[in-house]
Write a protein that binds this ligand. Structure first.
Ligand code: SF4
Length: 209
């Protein structure tokens, strides 16, 4: 394993966050399927990484109750309700960060707060990331989240923010009514109070943005 990853895993241990390294993303997916009982309910946040590893589909297919707010045909109210249930009532919550600092902090940007709520308060949280999201320190992690990951997410979701046309963040201009800002809330996980609540799988591949 890369020296930087060894340092990161040690830093998570110090912060009471359980870090698990998998060489391949598919190993992370299989481990998550083993970890979550079929009888458990699962909340999810929107994530290219989760989509890439196919975990939501695999959980739904084998019979887990997934509070999936991204199913086609849902009304806005139904989708918001499922986000709320997923973050507050599910046995497990799945998400991916925008960036990870080598020192161990996890950074999440959010528009509505469901991901922030789920990651900070759900009973069991499983985070998934590729190595591409690891940067040297917290400052770089916030920079990556705002200047790299969010513009790509805005583009992917056709979100009408100030960065969606050219990928350049204009945070001082990015307010309604002209724009739909995605960077409304920021969560920084520094450490975990409850042992075993927060697990993070890092795959030795690039995943998401
Ligand atoms: S503040 Fe606005 S322009 Fe900047 S990354 Fe966030 S959504 Fe894009």
């Amino acid at each position: 394993m890369d020296k930087n990853l060894e340092v990161l895993l040690r830093n998570w241990q110090k912060r009471n966050i359980q870090g698990i390294y998998c060489e391949k993303a598919i190993q992370a997916r299989d481990s998550i399927l083993e970890l979550i009982p079929v009888s458990s309910s699962v909340g999810i946040s929107g994530s290219k990484t989760l989509e890439q590893i196919g975990i939501v589909k695999a959980l739904e297919t084998r019979g887990n109750k997934v509070f999936n707010p991204y199913l086609p045909g849902l009304s806005r109210e139904e989708s918001l309700e499922l986000r709320k249930l997923g973050a507050t009532q599910a046995d497990y919550y799945l998400a991916s960060p925008n960036a990870i600092a080598k020192s161990g902090e996890l950074v999440f940007f959010s528009a509505f707060g469901n991901r922030i709520s789920g990651v900070s308060y759900a009973k069991n949280v499983i985070i998934v990331s590729g190595v591409n999201k690891i940067v040297s320190n917290l400052e770089e992690a916030i920079k990556r989240s705002r200047e790299y990951a969010t513009p790509l997410n805005c583009k992917r979701l056709n979100w009408q923010s100030a960065c969606s046309s050219d990928g350049i963040c204009r945070q001082d201009e990015c307010f309604s009514p002209e724009y739909k800002r995605m960077c409304c809330q920021i969560l920084i996980i520094e450490a975990e109070a409850v042992t075993g609540r927060l697990k993070i799988f890092v795959a030795g591949e690039n995943l998401g943005y």
